[in-house]
Design a protein around this ligand. Structure first.
Ligand code: TMP
Length: 408
């Protein structure tokens, strides 16, 4: 009998389809001198038989993940900065084009999206529980409330600022197991014609590309149009638009509105039909995904051990939260990957969670270039490969493990 848990959306039965083992917090980069016991939990993922929502079997308390020292910065990629700037411009000419509009962003991080809104003089509020990144948003002129967003937060924002035209979340809503409180809050906060727009990694892309490293503590849900549609209905909202996005390895931007307020776009019916046709939520499809994950684990470890036996240097590129899933599933430590190069100040000179692989600033990557770079930030491949031409010119090769293990 496979493990089961209770669905966080509909209280149905969630049946496990993949166990990724004991894992640390994916963004808990440790000081080398820290000898305290590392927190771990069992990372496993299952699907709800009733509402199709794919979700983690175990929940990590939010305060353990999102706190003063949360290191991730949205501004760490030029492509993502442009993505959010362009989206903010689009919001300003659509959802925020009315009289004295208000946008509330859940998990605004360093304010990468809201900076453009703030510069346009439009009313906004970022809600961000992670102190240091919230400070960066404030320094950039963004109005921030250091808090977790939930129903009580939404009601207090409505009291202070009035109803919102737009509630937005990027790579945040899928982090939050307590959707009932969030969606009650969103319904209370929105104007009758307003929208809740959120973008998160898409289950369809994860299954197609076997991007199993999208599964980690912070990604509690792996959304699809099917599961988001069911969740929206259950919580007094309606899925009115979906948009496939190329960023972060494949995401969908979902738009929810109050029922009847907007006509659902043709894209919603099309994506629902596509998911049905490919059997995205079928047990056999999810089991096939799990089998491919196990094959990647075997192949990646074999490649790294072979390179080590040949005396080759392998360095990791991008100390992503995703990389914790890979290194800890495969048992990859500093013996196989010398260090990980990363631009994020709060990750540098620390050890990657679980694996203990040192994280170094980008200057270390070229000093001298290694023979091989394991691209943990594969979702930023085009941007990174363009930036690292000197590595290729020095004879360096990239190792990728999505959709399968290959060297380019
Ligand atoms: P992400 O995949 O969750 O966005 O994380 C990307 C990580 O990779 C983040 O820690 C920043 C780092 N990074 C680099 O070190 N160099 C780069 O050129 C880019 C784009 C990201």
């Amino acid at each position: 009998m496979p493990n089961q848990s209770t669905c966080r959306v509909c209280a149905g039965t969630v049946t496990e389809f993949l166990d990724l083992g004991q894992q640390p917090l994916s963004d808990a980069f440790r000081l080398p001198e820290d000898t305290s016991a590392e927190f771990t939990y069992r990372l496993a993922v299952g699907a709800c038989a009733d509402c199709a929502m794919v979700q983690l079997m175990e929940e990590v308390p939010r305060e353990k993940m999102f706190h003063q020292d949360y290191p991730y910065l949205s501004q760490g990629s030029a492509v993502m900065r442009e993505h959010f700037r362009a989206l903010a411009e689009r919001f300003l000419s659509t959802e925020l084009a009315g009289e004295d509009p208000l946008v509330v962003e859940l998990g605004c991080n360093d304010g990468t999206m809201l900076r453009t809104v703030a510069a346009a003089g439009v009313r906004h509020l970022g809600v961000e529980p992670s102190g240091a990144v919230a400070d960066l948003a404030a320094e950039a002129g963004v109005r921030v409330r250091k808090d977790f967003f939930e129903e009580s937060t939404a009601l207090s924002i409505r009291d202070q600022d009035g109803p919102a035209d737009l509630v937005y979340a990027a790579n945040t809503f899928c982090h939050i197991p307590y959707v009932d409180s969030i969606l009650r809050g969103v319904v209370a906060l929105l104007k009758p014609g307003g929208a809740f727009v959120f973008e998160d990694p898409y289950l369809g892309d994860i299954v197609e590309q076997t991007s199993f490293d999208q599964i980690y503590d912070e990604h509690f849900f792996l959304f699809s149009a099917t599961s988001v549609d069911a969740m929206a209905r259950r919580h007094g909202l309606e899925l009115v638009d979906v948009e496939r996005l190329p960023v972060h390895g494949g995401e969908v931007r979902y738009t929810l509105a109050l029922p009847g307020a907007r006509t659902p776009s043709a894209a919603v019916a099309a994506l629902l039909a596509e998911e049905q046709a490919r059997g995205l939520h079928d047990r056999a499809v999810l089991d096939g995904f799990a089998d491919r994950v196990r094959a990647i684990r075997t192949d990646l470890l074999a490649l790294l051990e072979d390179l080590k036996a040949k005396g080759e240097r392998v360095v990791g590129y991008g100390a992503t939260a995703k990389s914790a899933t890979v290194t800890n599933l495969c048992g990859i430590g500093p013996d196989l990957v010398e260090f990980i190069s990363d631009t994020t100040p709060a990750k540098q000179h620390r050890l990657a969670p679980g694996s203990g692989i040192p994280v170094r600033p980008p200057a270390a990557f070229a000093d001298p270039h290694p023979g091989y770079a394991l691209l943990f930030a594969w979702n930023h491949a085009a941007e990174i490969m363009a930036k690292e031409e000197a590595f290729r010119e020095a004879g360096g090769k990239w190792i990728l493990y999505v959709p399968d293990v290959h060297v380019v």
